[in-house]
Write a protein that binds this ligand. Structure first.
Ligand SMILES: NC(=O)c1ccc[n+]([C@@H]2O[C@H](COP(=O)([O-])OP(=O)(O)OC[C@H]3O[C@@H](n4cnc5c(N)ncnc54)[C@H](O)[C@@H]3O)[C@@H](O)[C@H]2O)c1
Length: 253
């Protein structure tokens, strides 16, 4: 895939899936605005990616409207416009439904759903001018329910159907798609999940067994699918929710 000259904002690209996506675009000729919640985390992402000439910095908290505005404005200014928006910033807390607090609910909805909504709205004029596109990072938890993740499931289900609504409303100017990854080996899953479990080995095995293909995905595998949806190879694809989950949402054995 060739992204030469394309101007791309990837929210949540200081690490994890977002950083892998930024890396994929960079290696295909794109110029990328890097976002983390703070200037420090954004700087870490830029240092890890290396190619400073093709990068610009767009720090900010996408869980607030003001933060979304700061992020999109910095990206548009740094890149001179916008062809592609990847909404990857996200948070996820495991908690039984009965123990889910207002703060956990607000974090999931604000960052995952509201951030996706308002970054897309604020980027719209530039994306329209470029006849560009949006790829949202939803989750398999946006397609099926998962115990212990009720707020996260609600937010990601929202992202899936927001994707469809925008695909209809913004056509034919701007394509809008999402990917629905299963478990991916990032800080969200390993540092904040497996390593916090009472029995990390058993917890990791449970995540491996969750997918029929019997493993946890690598961030680069998700990045490849996102790049496809953002590329001209997917020029007739809009409103799609693409599972990249090793078969988890395909059915029961
Ligand atoms: N890892 C998985 O198994 C998995 C599975 C399905 C979907 N996802 C989704 O993929 C996306 C990326 O997750 P990840 O696994 O790379 O997580 P991660 O924790 O490794 O990285 C999250 C990224 O989002 C950024 N971020 C968090 N809150 C933010 C905020 N308020 N404002 C701006 N940036 C913020 C962080 O700085 C970081 O760059 C998320 O939307 C997540 O829900 C992850």
């Amino acid at each position: 895939m060739d992204f030469t000259g394309k101007r791309i904002l990837v929210t949540g690209s200081s690490r994890g899936i977002g950083r892998a996506v930024a890396d994929e675009f960079l290696s295909s000729g794109g110029r990328v605005a890097i976002n983390g919640r703070t200037p420090e985390s954004t700087h870490e992402g830029i240092c890890a990616l290396g190619d400073a000439a093709a990068l610009c910095t767009a720090p900010g908290d996408v869980g607030t409207l003001a933060g979304c505005r700061a992020v999109v404005e910095a990206a548009v200014e740094g890149l001179g416009g916008l062809d592609i928006l990847i909404n990857s910033a996200g948070v996820g807390d495991y908690a039984p439904f009965a123990e889910t607090t207002e703060a956990m609910w607000d974090a999931a909805i604000d960052v995952n759903l509201k951030g996706t909504f308002f970054c897309s709205q604020l980027a719209l004029d530039d994306l329209r001018a470029a006849r560009g596109n949006i790829v949202n990072i939803a989750s398999d938890a946006g397609l099926i329910g998962e115990a212990g993740l009720s707020a996260y499931c609600a937010s990601k289900g929202g992202v899936v159907n927001l994707t469809r609504a925008l695909a209809i409303e913004l056509a034919p100017d701007v394509r809008v798609n999402c990917v629905c990854p299963g478990y991916v080996d990032t800080d969200m899953v390993r540092r904040d999940g497996i390593e916090q479990a009472d029995d990390p080995v058993a917890h990791e095995q449970a995540l491996i067994d969750y997918a029929p293909l019997k493993r946890i995905a690598h961030p680069a595998e998700i990045a490849k699918a996102i790049a496809y949806l953002a590329s001209d190879d997917a020029i007739f694809v809009t409103g799609a929710a693409l599972p990249i989950d090793g078969g988890t949402t395909a059915g029961r054995g």
